[in-house]
Design a protein around this ligand. Structure first.
Ligand code: ADP
Ligand code: MG
Length: 425
């Protein structure tokens, strides 16, 4: 790098490492804020009701699913077979924006135009005006008082379409379907993506009460038996943990400093930037190019040191000394490990809430998302954080924790179909 690396990587990495005791403290704080949110007291967490009960795996029938909340609109036709099984008959996916062709995300777009586009995508999946209930996974901030529909409070991500905020989403969809002559398709449920992931996992594995999304963003929901419904915690907003100087630097450069604190420490949208900040310290220079989270992860997962060195040199746009390769890989590794650790510890906080007397029942925790699923050993480290939280003097780490992370695929679509089945019954 033209200069000798100044930093001992461990001087940086130690600030990303969480001991069992620190994880226990984190979990306790998460639980405390969860219970405050539930009681309506001040909390960085929310406790948003979904009005959605969990499936028991016996739900049957053909349902339409709509997943809307990212860069693509995805519609599918899904057959629930009962017996915890399903078949996805068809999936249709269209980007909301196609360079030089169309863009349904801008404030110049009218609500009708956006929903006509969505209805056309639904028609492709449905194959016509079929008599069928539709479940809608809609991942923006909403307010709702039952599971059938919700009002959009505020767009986020890149969405700015006029005339949608303040309105009922499934009502807009219903009107668009009617305009296309699809009046027999019945929007029956509206849930967010984290709830959908939990619904999909509960249908397949049955004993699942917590759902985690860790991709570009981060969120957790859980099933609250006292209310017989799934509760969305907006867990990315949690702020009850210490941050280090590199976290703070990344936060300061964001649009809303001081908000979405946990998300900024653990999600795919930010880890690459955190890594870049640590590289600035390591090399004692501000001249470090931007780095994405997948690029950072590929440095860790590279097959051998030469391959890692090549990737690092490409990333930094300079030749990296062989002696710097392992330190820089380790540094990236600790940032990724922290994501798995804090996700696991947050879930342990929820388990403590669900089982205040101990005796946690056997279960899977549903995990979805492009980040946690790509971190090497991510699920094992997630489980290990649970065990670390439960570790007490005189006990083995795993004692009393019959809990395992389980990856969920197609959660937002499958969960939407299941939500339609539950809401329509
Ligand atoms: P979204 O969260 O937008 O719904 P995904 O769950 O597919 O989408 O997650 C995508 C995110 O996951 C990307 O923004 C990126 O941060 C992260 N990601 C994707 N691929 C990898 C990878 N190979 N290694 C690490 N992170 C990845
Ligand atoms: Mg997603």
């Amino acid at each position: 790098m033209g200069r000798k690396a100044s930093g001992n990587w461990m001087n940086i990495a130690q600030h990303f490492y969480w001991s069992d005791e620190q994880l226990q403290y984190f979990a306790a704080s998460f639980r405390q804020q969860l219970e405050a949110a539930e009681a309506g007291d001040p909390s960085s967490l929310s406790a948003l009701p979904s009005y959605m009960d969990l499936p028991d795996g016996s739900e049957k029938g053909t349902y339409l699913a709509l997943d809307f909340g990212g860069t693509n609109v995805r519609a599918s036709r899904i057959r629930l077979l009962g017996g915890h099984c399903f078949i996805i008959d068809k999936i249709v996916s269209h980007p909301l924006r196609k360079e030089g062709e169309y863009d349904y995300t801008t404030k110049e777009t009218r609500a009708e135009e956006l929903f006509d586009f969505i209805a056309a995508t639904v028609e492709e999946a449905a194959g016509g005006n079929v008599d069928c209930a539709l479940g809608h996974t809609f991942s923006y901030e909403v307010s709702q008082s039952d599971c059938h529909d919700a009002r959009l409070v505020q767009w986020s991500k890149e969405m700015a379409v006029a005339g949608v905020e303040g309105n009922w989403i499934n009502q807009l969809l219903k009107e668009a379907l009617r305009r296309r002559g699809l009046d027999r398709i019945r929007p029956a449920a509206l849930i967010n993506d984290t709830t959908a992931v939990l619904m999909a996992a509960a249908y397949q594995y049955r004993h699942t009460h917590i759902g985690v999304i860790c991709g570009t963003g981060f969120n957790i929901c859980y099933y609250e038996p006292e209310k017989s419904m799934v509760i969305n915690l907006e867990a990315g907003d949690f702020d009850g943990m210490p941050r280090n100087q590199w976290d703070e630097r990344v936060d300061e450069a964001t649009r809303f400093p001081g908000h979405h604190m946990l998300e900024k420490m653990v999600s795919g949208a930010y880890l690459g930037s955190i890594y870049r900040e640590t590289l600035k310290t390591y090399f004692d220079t501000d001249d470090i190019p931007p780095c994405t989270t997948p690029e950072m992860n590929r440095i860790v997962t590279a097959g051998n040191p030469d391959d890692a060195r090549l990737r690092l040199s490409r990333l930094l746009n300079r030749i990296v000394a062989p002696a710097d390769v392992e330190p820089l890989r380790n540094l990236a590794g600790t940032i990724l490990v922290r994501t798995a650790q804090l996700s696991g510890a947050a879930c342990y906080g929820i388990l403590q809430h669900l089982y205040p007397k101990g005796h946690i029942s056997r279960q899977s925790i549903a995990i979805e998302g492009g980040l946690l699923s790509h971190i090497r050993g991510g699920l094992l480290m997630f489980d290990d954080a649970l065990y670390g939280c439960a570790a007490r003097r005189g006990h083995s780490r795993q004692q009393g924790i019959p809990v395992e992370a389980a990856l969920v695929y197609d959660g937002p679509s499958v969960g939407a179909a299941i939500a339609a089945a539950v809401a329509d019954s």
